[in-house]
Design a protein around this ligand. Structure first.
Ligand code: ATP
Ligand code: MG
Length: 437
């Protein structure tokens, strides 16, 4: 297609987006809005991914109907978000996100768009499709598929960038990152997800504006980190975040360990752990963010634990105290919800119990709901050179062993009992209560 002045309108015969590849629910919403005489476009990742021949993760819709008007059209609709008001149209578990065209919000005082220190804290000022396109983040995310005539509309040069494999900001990158620093993480995400380059003006501020991430609510950063690290390309994201110095603003304790330590294993451990998670996700195997965060935060936990043990604290108490200290520092930056932080702490606590192989202990431990995750974690530690490979092999064998073999294994495990006396507090075996909340 020749390069023409923007907007560039590509009629249906000249592009590859077919309704056959758009979800039935998204099509329903598009047609229904159109029936009610509203404009209705597919936009964002749905259009981008279809043009690239990928299967979109979800379909986002943009319209000139206000959220309230959208609610009137669909009975199965809920309005969400204060900072950025959106309509969610529900079809069972499937949700189609419908956003009203945003405007620049510059004229008049009645606009519902608010900036604080250059950061957008509210963006509910509505406008035209063209304004909407220009306030989107990257050119490749600002392509519209019009349900009225199935044409494609490009207001920002996204088609050229898509073809060139380029992530490029719309407008002045510095200002636009300041408006919403999460866009720095989004730039990294799209570069890794699509295997694209980040255009130089879009890339430069990534090296210097990382501190702005501290202004973002910790819960929003958690959501964004899940998309970054738990989508099948976590290792590439981790390496890029470190390259730009962004990782240290998200996980300062881990970054300090990675840069200050001379040993290879902390970095090897995190890299292998992320690669492992990527592979499992690509193969459609179950994974949990609890395991992922357990990997990322392990090294600071392990060092704090070793310091406490050296100070004479009992091992079981030391792991709890070390976990609590690292988690509470981390929580103010990236809020890991309890449903993930509790199992994460269990994985850590079980590392200490995996070292105890005598008597009935291994039999109890193997029935623990978090045993498998803790064992996988131990294997990774051993592969990275931090834990004893013999211990990991022992557990691999123990799981498959006959009862006779197990008996002889736990006998020899008993011989390994440490001579140092330990203060033992009995706790109900194998319960989450081992880890304080
Ligand atoms: P994904 O495949 O992960 O869903 P996406 O591009 O669709 O990628 P969404 O988070 O679903 O990303 O957002 C939909 C669209 O909304 C984006 O493509 C972009 O146009 C716009 N958008 C989302 N977040 C921002 C932001 N922080 N700043 C500007 N525009 C944004
Ligand atoms: Mg999307």
């Amino acid at each position: 297609m020749p390069c023409t002045a923007l907007p560039r309108i590509v009629p249906r015969p000249e592009h590859n987006i077919s309704r056959a590849n758009i979800s039935e629910h998204a099509l329903k919403v598009l047609y229904r809005l159109r029936q009610e005489n509203f404009q209705a476009h597919l936009v964002g990742g749905g259009v981008r991914d279809l043009l690239l021949g990928h299967e979109p993760k979800d379909f986002d819709i943009a319209t000139d109907a206000t959220p309230e008007q959208v609610r009137q059209v669909f009975r199965n609709c809920r309005l969400i978000g204060r900072r950025f008001r959106l309509a969610h149209v529900h079809f069972g578990r499937d949700i189609i996100e419908v956003a009203t065209f945003r405007g620049s919000g510059e004229e008049g005082d009645d606009t519902d768009r608010r900036l604080e220190n250059g950061m957008i804290v509210r963006d509910n000022s509505y406008g035209s499709i063209e304004e909407d396109a220009l306030r989107r983040d990257f050119t490749i995310n600002a392509l519209y598929y019009d349900i009225a005539d199935f044409s494609l509309i490009d207001y920002a040069g996204g088609l050229d960038d898509l073809r060139a494999g380029r992530v490029r900001f719309i407008g002045d990158p510095d200002q636009r990152y300041r408006e919403d620093p999460v866009r720095m993480l989004r730039a990294v995400r799209f570069a890794c997800k699509l295997g694209f380059n980040i255009e130089s003006a879009t890339e430069a501020p990534l090296f210097t504006l990382g501190h702005l991430l501290h202004d973002i609510p910790a819960a929003r950063l958690f959501d964004e980190l899940i998309k970054l690290l738990h989508s099948g390309y976590g290792l590439a994201v981790f390496e890029k975040l470190r390259h730009y110095g962004l990782f240290g603003h998200l996980f300062p304790a881990t970054e300090a360990c990675l840069t200050q330590q001379h040993q290879e294993f902390p970095l090897t451990f995190v890299s292998r752990g992320l690669a492992n998670t990527d592979l499992r996700l690509q193969e459609g195997k179950p994974t949990t963010p609890a395991f992922l965060f357990a990997i990322i935060l392990w090294e600071p936990v392990r060092l704090a634990y070793e310091r406490l043990v050296a100070d004479g604290v009992a091992e079981a108490d030391a792991i709890h105290a070390a976990s609590s200290a690292v988690c509470s520092d981390q929580q103010s930056l990236v809020a890991i919800p309890k449903r993930f932080s509790l199992p994460m702490r269990e994985i850590w606590a079980l590392q200490h119990r995996l070292a105890q192989r005598e008597g009935k202990r291994p039999y109890r431990l193997i029935t623990h709901p978090r045993f498998r995750a803790a064992y996988d974690f131990l294997v990774l530690r051993a592969e990275a050179g931090e834990a004893d490979p013999e211990l990991a092999t022992w557990w691999t064998r123990f799981q498959d062993a006959s009862s006779q073999e197990r008996a002889s294994m736990t006998e020899s495990g008993g011989k390994r009992r440490r001579s140092r006396s330990r203060r033992r507090r009995r706790k109900p075996a194998d319960t989450a209560s081992e880890v304080p909340g």
